[in-house]
Design a protein around this ligand. Structure first.
Ligand SMILES: Nc1ncnc2c1ncn2[C@@H]1O[C@H](COP(=O)(O)OP(=O)(O)OP(=O)(O)O)[C@@H](O)[C@H]1O
Ligand SMILES: [Mg+2]
Length: 1024
């Protein structure tokens, strides 16, 4: 064969010449191969003409000739001799036609609307996310180009089926309307026997299937006439077709092989691939003897590929293709070997390997690199103390696995209509034999689960897509696929006996050290005593605890972890009778724990439980005979009375955290369990929760539950005959453990819950009501009023049950002057001052009107929710602390927060008054020189101050305060200088400026407590 013949469309290869021999056979009378070839050449010349498949070059007859030429060395000589003319014809024609399904004539494309194409585009191509991605990718193409690309995809999808239909002369419109091509093929193949044409279609289609082991479909001796030469080995021909197609990988390679590899298709990557092709030669490697020395006479089984690359992408494309090709060769080898035993002994397929050592890469190393794991070290890491940091977790991990197995089994039983199933888990510990066992009657493990999950660190069955699909409502505790490794913290020898339902055999695994290799023994469920113990389904995990390992107090450990297991869990230690572990509810669990520590439930101690959205929370409350109310039981700090089993948060019944739910420490006795798919997720060590939306949702419920407990109690108080004011005040006290005992994990969520508790007393139109902070915040305005008269009236109302109102009292005593401000009045502002809820109310509201009545010794403040630019500026907390320190050094303790007016507000009766004091606030009224002076400091502070300047700011405030409090109009300049000096900020403070600010404002502070001849007002902080 010469180069010139390669380009020819006449019969030029040995294979074709061998095929021509059929023309003499009776069954093939009238058939002329050379006619077919020239027509095929013409037909194939059309591929790509319609701009479909145009990026795949060389679909013409040269590609066919190359494949045919390869057969000279691909088919071993002995087989070539044994092949019939019929074999050769089938092979030749299948090579001619195998890709002609990709031919799209102008006529076919024009008729596309009549074919299966529109449905293919809408129902297959553009479906789902992949469809969306494809559309986006093709957005830059014109409508026409896009249509062509879609048609190409359609043809690509169907091309094997197309040629199968066409070879028997059928034009199937579902596969595209190709009537002209079908007519043409009919002309070419018309003289062939019908069965032969059918088989030709079968063979052509087969190079896109993977079923050549099916010898009933691909017969090894298919007869088309009476003569032995008139039969064909269809399977061998199909193998050779796919092999020639596979190995023709030089630049003019057909896309069909690539199609099997790359999906979804993308025009860009196809072009890329074609460009990168740099394969020079594909040929058989000479045989080698045992020492690797080349010997021409030895049989050959390896194919070598020569290529040179400059770009990594093409290189890795080819090397991964070659490993695919190698697998294909091995499969073909296996198919042919099988067929040789089934009557096709003379047909050989020697190829099994591909040598890619001649695929060269310029400028980069040939190997691909990736992260690998040092298995031994990683296993040590997982079984050491790094993750769990506590050997007692072994009991938790094993029990947890058992719980999940039981829960799955329960679902299976329910679905099968079996109501008798009762999950049971038995833990036993023998200190003498040092054997720890956890047995369950759950689902057990099949061989596949053992291999895929039990022995595969990091792979949890419960996280598999299949499992989730099968059990969509099941929310497992198991998550990470490493729990079982914790066994090796205590033991070097672990036995697992497990039986899956339906499997006649149980399995025994003996694991000696985590690094070993293990054998699995199968046990007859009916005979073997160990297997009989497990029964129809279930698992025993048996640990032979190392002498050096400390198991600890197993009963205590189980109690710590297993709280509400939802199935029977028992523990037996040293042969003593088994006792139950865990409880039916968190309420029962908390009651029992309290009892254990001497707090017996009764008239003075109770455990309440509430449930919402999969979160169940129990808290202990105690009765105060003095106050006639139930309150959360605070945990004495540092007391021996606070074992961590009395508090905690569990997931699916297993404890994760050992603190009061919602808190980082122990604050009061409460226990919580979260279950279901919305349960928060734990970290790998299961020692804390990950901060996720699920955690927030659970915390919200938890805080709400505490607040609801308090709110209910406040309502009870009213029912017990106390006034609204009393109930509101008590609600504030009852809530105190929520912020005094420990820091909440999320204070925003806690605040949200507190804002819903009715602890504010509101009067509006003579109606008195107990409402929440949230209710007040939703008002446009509200008032607070401070005067000795109102304070006294409030004290009176507090003691009077029923519906007495401030307005009622005022009109009752006939006071014409002391009318209440119009609108909503918050009556218990004094009580709220310095409290957490009070701060919550104040922090997002501002005073927008001040009314002072000096003769009535009364001050009314109108409040509104903060909006727009702030009306008041406050002192940064850092400076506040300095102010407090300085105040302590210089005079009595300070008992209020400064607010300096920065916007003009409504003010009535404030002539000559520069500041008002009420409800723990010192409001320096806007517009005054003093306010301007202090605002200057605050603005600078906002922009960032040094520590020294912060101290100077504190001194300035302190001096002003001093002047205000002492009632002296002008503070002695010396005194100011002295204070500045003492605090080391003489340079920062301009005393003249300071004196000017204080002096000129005719400084006077209005404070209703000034008339009280007691010193109490100075000691507000005691109530903080
Ligand atoms: N008692 C058991 N019954 C049935 N299957 C079990 C049992 N114990 C373990 N398995 C199987 O072995 C696998 C591995 O268990 P392992 O405890 O290591 O991981 P996990 O439970 O999936 O996840 P986690 O690390 O969160 O515990 C499980 O996914 C489960 O399929
Ligand atoms: Mg587990």
């Amino acid at each position: 064969m010469t180069i010139s013949t390669l380009l020819n469309d006449t019969i030029c290869t040995e294979a074709e010449k061998n095929a021509e021999a059929v023309e003499k056979l009776p069954a093939f009378q009238g058939f002329k191969l050379s006619n077919v070839k020239s027509r095929v050449a013409m037909l194939l010349g059309h591929i790509g003409r319609e701009q479909i498949f145009e990026q795949f070059t060389r679909h013409d007859i040269t590609h066919i000739n190359k494949m045919l030429g390869m057969l000279d060395w691909l088919i071993p000589e002995r087989t070539q001799k044994a092949m019939t003319p019929c074999d050769w014809l089938m092979l030749t024609l299948s090579i001619y036609f195998h890709d002609s399904g990709m031919l799209v004539t102008r006529d076919e494309f024009a008729r596309r609307a009549n074919s299966g194409f529109p449905a293919y585009v809408s129902d297959v191509l553009l479906v789902g996310d992949a469809g969306k991605d494809l559309e986006t990718k093709l957005a830059s193409l014109s409508q026409e180009q896009r249509e062509r690309f879609y048609y190409q995809e359609y043809v690509r999808h169907h091309h094997a089926k197309r040629i199968r239909a066409w070879s028997t002369g059928r034009n199937v419109s579902d596969l595209g309307d190709a009537r002209l091509v079908v007519e043409e093929i009919n002309k070419m193949l018309g003289a062939l026997p019908e069965t032969f044409r059918k088989d030709l279609g079968l063979v052509c289609e087969s190079h896109h299937l993977n079923d050549l082991e099916d010898l009933s479909k691909y017969q090894v001796s298919q007869p088309y006439g009476d003569l032995p030469e008139e039969s064909c080995n269809l399977q061998y021909i199909a193998v050779m077709l796919r092999t020639a197609d596979l190995l023709h990988m030089t630049q003019d390679r057909t896309p069909s092989v690539e199609f099997r590899l790359i999906a979804p298709t993308d025009p860009i990557s196809q072009q890329e691939w074609a460009k990168q092709m740099a394969v020079r030669t594909v040929r058989s490697r000479l045989g080698r003897d045992r020492d690797g020395v080349v010997d021409k006479d030895l049989p050959r089984d390896t194919i070598e590929v020569y290529a040179h690359f400059k770009e990594p992408s093409g290189f890795f494309g080819l090397t991964s293709f070659l490993s695919y090709a190698k697998r294909e060769l091995q499969q073909s080898h296996a198919w042919v070997t099988y067929a040789r035993k089934e009557g096709a002994a003379n047909y050989e397929f020697p190829w099994r390997d591909i040598d890619d050592s001649h695929v060269e890469a310029e400028g980069f190393l040939r190997q691909q690199f990736e992260f690998t794991l040092d298995q031994g070290k990683i296993l040590d890491l997982l079984t050491g103390h790094t993750i769990y940091n506590d050997a007692t977790v072994v009991l938790r991990e094993l029990t947890q696995n058992a719980i999940d197995a039981v829960r799955v089994q329960r679902i299976d039983a329910q679905e099968a209509g079996d109501r008798s199933y009762k999950g049971a888990i038995a833990v036993t510990w023998s200190s003498e034999r040092r054997v720890l066992e956890v047995q369950d009657n759950g689902t057990g493990m099949s061989q596949a689960v053992i291999e895929r999950h039990l022995l595969r660190a990091g792979s949890s069955k419960y996280q598999e897509a299949d499992f989730r699909k099968r059990y969509p409502k099941f929310s497992p505790i198991s998550r990470f696929g490493i729990g079982v490794l914790s066994c090796f913290m205590l033991a070097d020898s672990v036995e697992i006996i497990t039986a899956a339902p339906g499997d006649p055999q149980a399995r025994l695994l003996s694991l000696r050290s985590v690094h070993g290799r293990y054998l699995i023994r199968t046990l007859d469920k009916k005979v073997d005593p160990e297997a009989k113990r497990v029964g129809a389904h279930g698992t025993v995990v048996r640990l032979h605890v190392r002498p050096s390992a400390d198991v600890g107090d197993v009963a205590e450990i189980m109690r710590r972890w297993i709280v509400v297991p939802e199935c029977e869990v028992t523990l037996s230690v040293d042969g003593l009778p088994a006792h139950r572990v865990g409880f039916d509810s968190v309420k029962a669990a908390l009651s029992d724990e309290l009892r254990r520590f001497g707090h017996v439930e009764g008239p003075e101690l109770r455990v309440d439980e509430v449930s919402e959205n999969g979160v169940t929370i129990a808290c202990a409350v105690e009765w105060s005979d003095t106050f006639k109310e139930w309150s959360l039981v605070e945990i004495p700090r540092g007391g021996s009375d606070s074992p961590d089993t009395l508090v905690g948060t569990c997931v699916e019944g297993v404890r994760v955290e050992f603190t009061t739910p919602g808190y980082g420490q122990s604050a009061f006795y409460a226990l919580c369990n979260v279950s279901g798919p919305g349960a928060p997720k734990t970290n790998v060590a299961r020692s804390a929760f990950e901060v996720t939306g699920e955690l927030y949702a659970a915390l919200r419920v938890v805080y709400r539950a505490y607040c609801k407990q308090v709110a209910d109690e406040a309502s009870q108080l009213e029912r017990r005959g106390f006034s609204k004011t009393w109930a509101a005040e008590e609600a504030r006290w009852l809530l105190a453990p929520l912020w005094t005992g420990a820091r909440p994990i999320n204070s925003t969520l806690l605040d949200e819950a507190i804002a819903q508790v009715p602890l504010v007393v509101r009067e509006s139109k003579g109606q008195r009501a107990r409402v929440s902070i949230a209710d007040i915040r939703s008002e446009e305005y509200w008032w607070t009023t401070d005067s000795a008269l109102f304070t006294s009236a409030e004290s009176l109302i507090r003691e009077v049950p029923g519906d007495v109102s401030l307005a009622g009292i005022m009109s009752g005593i006939g006071s014409q002057v002391d009318v209440l401000p119009a609108g909503t009045l918050v009556c218990n502002m004094h009580g709220l001052t310095w409290s957490y809820p009070g701060e919550l109310l104040r922090s997002r509201s501002e005073v927008d009107k001040i009314v002072v009545d000096t003769t009535r010794r009364r001050i009314d403040l109108r409040w509104r929710p903060s909006r727009g630019p702030a009306l008041w500026m406050d002192v940064p907390e850092e400076a506040n602390q300095v102010i407090r320190q300085i105040a302590e050094r210089h005079r009595a303790r300070r008992s209020y927060d400064y607010l300096v007016g920065s916007q003009s507000i409504e003010m009535v009766g404030l002539e000559g008054i520069v500041a008002v004091r009420a409800f723990g606030l010192l409001l320096i009224v806007p517009g005054s020189k003093l306010a301007e002076y202090l605002l200057g400091w605050l603005r600078r502070a906002r922009a960032g101050l040094t520590r020294r300047a912060m101290r100077a700011l504190a001194v300035a405030f302190e001096c002003c305060d001093d002047a205000l409090s002492s009632g002296r109009v002008v503070l002695d300049a010396d005194e100011m200088r002295w204070m500045a000096q003492r605090e080391g900020v003489s340079d920062e403070i301009d005393t003249d400026e300071l004196r000017d600010a204080i002096g000129d404002s005719g400084s006077r502070v209005f404070d209703v407590s000034a008339w009280r001849r007691r010193e109490v007002a100075l000691h507000y902080e005691d109530f903080r």
